[in-house]
Design a binder for this molecule. Structure first.
Ligand code: AMP
Ligand code: ZN
Length: 493
């Protein structure tokens, strides 16, 4: 029997602000859509947090035996700098600044995104569609919304008529905003915009002559609005109604609110049964964000080459740190937090190594099945990974007790403990057993330390030719030594 028939999940649904018993539209199958990155710069750890939260959710749903179609898009057109359809397209702007083709920007940062996902051991989604690959579907969707009377064309651009929509529907249903309040809080139009009302959002934008990313449409040569792509692609691959839609909390409004409005306007249906939002990762108490520059990128944290943290951290330590808080809580990325997670992670890995050496006994003094169900209960309760990890530490305690002969497990129970720990730690949390001295960054730091010591010895012996040679040859492979009163350190860029 599939596990999902025994394990009942509850999901916190942002639409109803309640934890609800999860019931997929078709038994045994799940459609899940998560908004992917806008590929105009390197992903930062905030992005990693959101994608990791949904990676763990995807892994758990698959573990329970569901057939999951997981769609995560790549935004490679249409995302303007400003939420109110103003400013430049983020990708076009980057292309202009770097004097390269927009598609070179897209390629570069899509490759970076995939590298990061590999480093952190993410499971690939079932489909990874791009906005530029679905222009036809987006144009068709706009045509339907116009036909249904919820959008209008002005000067080659098409806008969603939020005021008209709100008369028969509820704009603000997800973010719990009221249109009157939005009207009250937005400044008056400056006369530059074609929109009837500032709350309206673009479905299609006419491209200015200098705008390179453009496609023909019934209204103008232009490009689709950002919110549209997710509606077009989720409908295409998951249907007009599907089970789970996720993204970071910052996407709830306006992006996801507009997705609901578009679907409702085009198909008369609310698209998603369970809306899930991952909370923000902070750095120094402030949201990590590309636009403000308050970011740390994965390679900076993995190499130790940054101004915030005392050392390099292995990918699984970072995964462990993220999984130690609920996806719905704000999480502050700090050195103390990472150090504590590192200690905990290696303690758990040591216990898993010890698990392999345990011998079975006639009887069990620990109720392993109760422990196992408690661990499932944690994940069933809105994917509560911190409680699961607390249970894993409890299992580490059992392992030590068995090793010391204070507790015993029967052969069956020992097999259950082994298979459950492997499932929770490796399959569901996606951790890898990186032994302490095994990460590449630790190996590099160890090797460079040896060279720093040899260089110091050379200097003591007044062999400056050798000490300079060590420094210069390291610099040639981008390892830069820096001498200070406190000793010599190195950086790798
Ligand atoms: P973007 O590439 O900016 O569209 O973001 C990709 C994903 O990362 C979205 O789901 C965002 O909500 C999410 N995200 C952006 N900043 C953060 C952050 N500081 N913490 C967690 N998730 C974030
Ligand atoms: Zn989206």
């Amino acid at each position: 029997m599939e596990l999902f028939k025994e394990q009942q999940i509850k999901i916190y649904n942002s639409l109803t602000s309640k934890k609800e018993t999860f019931k997929p539209i078709t038994e045994g199958y799940i459609g899940m859509y998560v908004c992917g990155p806008t590929v105009y710069s390197n992903v930062h750890l905030g992005n990693v947090r959101t994608f990791m939260s949904f990676d763990v959710i995807f892994r758990y749903l698959k573990h329970l035996g569901y057939k999951v179609r997981y769609v995560r898009n790549i935004t490679d057109a249409g995302h303007l700098e400003n939420d109110s359809d103003a400013g430049e397209d983020k990708i076009t702007k980057k292309a202009r600044l770097e004097q390269i083709e927009p598609m070179e920007v897209v390629q570069r940062y899509t490759v970076d995104f995939h590298d990061v996902l590999k480093t952190f051991n993410f499971s690939p989604p079932s489909i990874e569609p791009t906005a530029t690959g679905h222009i036809i579907e987006q144009i068709e969707l706009i045509e339907t919304i116009i036909k249904n009377g919820f959008a209008y064309e002005v000067n080659g651009s098409v806008y969603f008529d939020v005021h008209k929509f709100d008369k028969t529907n509820n704009y603000g249903i997800l973010s719990k905003r009221k249109l009157e309040d939005l009207i009250h809080n937005t400044r008056e139009l400056d006369g530059q915009s074609d929109k009837k009302n500032p709350q309206d959002f673009a479905l299609w934008k006419k491209a200015e002559p200098q705008h390179i990313m453009r496609w023909p449409s019934p209204w103008s040569d232009g490009f689709p609005g950002w919110h549209l792509e997710c509606t077009a692609m989720s409908t295409k691959y998951l249907g007009e109604q599907f089970d789970i839609h996720g993204g970071g909390m910052d996407l709830k409004f306006p992006h996801h609110e507009c997705e609901i409005a578009q679907n409702q306007a085009a198909k008369g249906k609310s698209p998603v049964n369970y809306w899930m939002h991952a909370n923000m990762l902070e750095l120094n108490g402030q949201r990590m964000s590309k636009s403000t520059g308050n970011t740390v990128n994965p390679d900076e944290l993995l190499s130790g080459n940054n101004n915030f943290f005392s050392k390099a951290y292995a990918p699984s330590v970072i995964r462990f740190f993220i999984a130690q808080s609920s996806y719905r809580s704000i999480l502050d990325l700090t050195d103390d937090g990472l150090l504590a997670s590192e200690k905990g992670f290696y303690r758990l890995m040591e216990a898993i190594d010890n698990l392999e050496t345990l011998k079975a006994s006639e009887v069990s003094t620990i109720d392993i099945n109760a422990w196992k169900q408690k661990s499932y209960d944690a994940m069933n309760d809105d994917f509560n990974s911190p409680i699961l990890i607390a249970n894993l530490f409890e299992a580490a305690k059992y392992i030590n007790q068995i090793k010391e002969g204070i507790a015993t497990l029967s052969s069956n129970d020992l097999t259950t403990l082994k298979s459950s720990i492997h499932a929770f730690v490796f399959d569901i949390l996606g951790l890898q057993n990186e032994s302490k001295s095994n990460s590449d960054s630790d190996k590099l730091a160890g090797a460079v330390d040896i060279l720093i010591k040899l260089r110091q010895e050379a200097r003591v012996n007044k062999d400056f030719a050798l000490s300079d040679k060590i420094r210069d040859e390291l610099a040639e492979v981008s390892i830069h030594l820096k001498d200070s009163r406190d000793g010599t350190t190195f950086s790798t860029n």
